[in-house]
Design a binder for this molecule. Structure first.
Ligand SMILES: Cc1cc2nc3c(=O)[nH]c(=O)nc-3n(C[C@H](O)[C@H](O)[C@H](O)COP(=O)(O)OP(=O)(O)OC[C@H]3O[C@@H](n4cnc5c(N)ncnc54)[C@H](O)[C@@H]3O)c2cc1C
Length: 503
């Protein structure tokens, strides 16, 4: 039986990035993935020859000199990515019922200000103040700026400031306030929770540059896999970890569902922290630590409608839509069930074989796990299929119908353009990704209690480390920075950042 220097549980972006960095540095590494397809949220699926992304619809910070571009260069994947830059004059468009205007987010801060100032001429000074502050906040996070530095939250400013209050301090125009927070689905914005730094780090990266993955984001997982294999690392699919076994206070084996034991010196979990600690007997960590990890709030889940369109019928649109039925964009998580969907995000896939047209649309709206709780005893993935029954199918059908009704307001002939459609619910996310309650982005950050939601890569178990979206921040950039934080424990932060900057 082989023994590895590092056993990584989960092949989400964070797991694959850690495996790439550590195998490159000579560690023997194995990644254990429960699914047949690697990548976690990077997974894509195909219906009627149309590729759909599941959890990555666009990525920021990929222009020359920008942070993710540099991290991806270091990981050896930047030059091979097939990307399409979104419309520089409006990559995201915020719209509202009963308002014909489209409010565009342009790429580049100068253009961002000019574009919105054209619609809000008296608010230019507020827009300048908004952009200056966003950059000021981002400047406080060393790894975000490709600099080595401590990740101790005590060193950061702005953790305890509210995103909503900050935006409202830049402008008193209610429409502009809603527009500036209009893409808050990117981080599940909540009026009384979302910290300014979360808004700033996420928005800044897309204003710098915004790209879609041509033919889907699973290419990122494939390229990282290639690199892991090239450096002698191993990836095992259909390898669900069910238990950690201890020896002298440290983990020695990860036990797989089929009974195989994988031995390692160190373990990195890319799985949600609460589920990670469920995989060990009580008593291996202090009750208070386990309780804290398990009691943290998770962000809401989502219902997704994936539409396959008749070929060559809908011209490709090179931007994303964030639409709201009501004017208060900060009040979407506690939606009124009778008015659902009160907001949605709409993305188009980009297909290399049919570049001028959209062949698949993806429409997302928040959904609470409670709505599907009665089917929570079932479990469905490609490999395991316990049918959820006809009432579940009817539930999905009804929700798809309601989504289509909304979409029809934006694309009036959408029903006739649609060849087929497929849906996913919070249960889909729970079963495929393994997040608690199908949560989209993991732990909720709260400006009123900022330290609580900071999860350290080091755990109370000396050879167990965490990585992934719960560690630092969700999203491609957030998870990548989290992977660097995790790997710094083995390689040293300064050593690693020097290599990243020089690559
Ligand atoms: C609907 C949606 C849309 C999004 N859109 C964007 C976007 O446009 N841009 C962006 O930057 N971010 C987006 N995100 C966020 C982004 O996808 C995630 O933050 C990121 O991919 C999470 O990566 P991760 O490393 O935490 O791993 P995850 O993707 O959470 O993967 C974890 C992996 O662990 C595996 N696993 C779980 N349990 C076990 C076990 N017991 N044994 C073995 N393996 C296990 C899972 O199968 C999975 O492969 C979106 C997320 C969602 C849900």
């Amino acid at each position: 039986m082989s023994k590895y220097d590092i056993v990584i549980v989960g092949s989400g972006l964070g797991g694959l990035e850690c495996a790439t960095m550590l195998s490159k540095e000579g560690y023997s590494v194995v990644v254990l993935e429960k699914n047949h397809q690697i990548g976690g949220n990077l997974q894509t699926f195909t219906r009627d020859k149309t590729i759909f992304d599941t959890g990555i619809h666009y990525i920021g910070g990929l222009d020359e000199g920008q942070n993710l571009n540099q991290y991806f260069k270091f990981l050896g994947i930047r030059d091979q990515l097939k990307l399409k830059k979104l419309d520089e004059n409006g990559f995201d468009i915020v719209t509202f019922d009963d308002d014909e205007n489209e409010y565009r987010y342009a790429q580049g801060f100068g253009r961002f200000i000019d574009t919105l100032a054209a619609q809000f001429p008296s608010e230019r000074a507020g827009l300048v103040m908004y952009c200056d502050k966003i950059r000021e906040v981002c400047a406080n996070f060393p790894l975000y700026n490709l600099k080595s530095g401590s990740q101790d939250p005590g060193n950061f400013k702005y953790l305890d400031q509210s995103a909503r209050e900050f935006i409202n301090s830049c402008t008193s125009n209610p429409k502009l306030q809603n527009v500036l927070a209009g893409t808050n689905g990117l981080y599940v914005g909540e009026a009384d929770k979302t910290p300014l730094y979360v808004h700033a780090l996420v928005i800044n990266t897309y204003i710098e540059s915004a790209y879609r993955c041509i033919d889907g984001a699973s290419q990122i997982a494939r390229l990282l896999t290639k690199s892991i294999h090239a450096h002698g690392g191993k990836i095992m699919k259909n390898a669900e970890v069910v238990r950690f076994h201890f020896d002298g206070g440290k983990i020695r084996y990860a036990e797989l569902k089929d009974g195989r034991m994988i031995e390692g010196d160190n373990f990195i979990s890319n799985v949600h922290p609460a589920l990670t600690f469920n995989m060990m007997e009580e008593g291996m960590v202090r009750k208070s630590y386990r309780k804290r990890i398990q009691s943290l709030d998770n962000s809401i889940s989502v219902f997704i409608l994936n539409l396959v369109l008749h070929k060559g019928t809908l011209p490709y649109f090179n931007h994303n839509y964030y639409h709201f039925k009501t004017e208060d964009v900060w009040n979407q998580v506690d939606y009124d069930l009778n008015k659902w969907p009160t907001s949605y995000a709409l993305f188009s896939g980009v297909n290399s074989k049919n570049p001028g047209f959209s062949d698949g649309l993806i429409m997302l709206s928040y959904m609470k796990f409670d709505e599907v709780a009665k089917w929570s005893g079932s479990f469905n993935t490609m490999k395991y299929d316990s049918s959820r029954g006809e009432d579940y199918a009817a539930f999905k059908e009804e929700k798809a119908w309601l989504m289509m009704n909304e979409l029809e307001k934006k694309i009036p002939n959408i029903r006739s353009l649609t060849k087929s459609y497929y849906t996913s619910t919070p249960l889909t996310l729970r079963d495929y990704i393994g997040t608690v309650g199908g949560s989209m982005y993991g732990y909720t950050k709260d400006y009123k209690n900022p330290i609580l939601s900071f999860i350290s890569t080091k755990t109370k178990i000396p050879n167990l480390y965490l990585t992934g979206q719960n560690l630092n921040l969700h999203g491609v950039l957030g998870v990548t920075i989290g992977s660097v934080i995790t790997c710094s424990e083995f390689l040293g932060n300064k050593y690693l950042m020097d290599k990243i900057v020089k690559s």
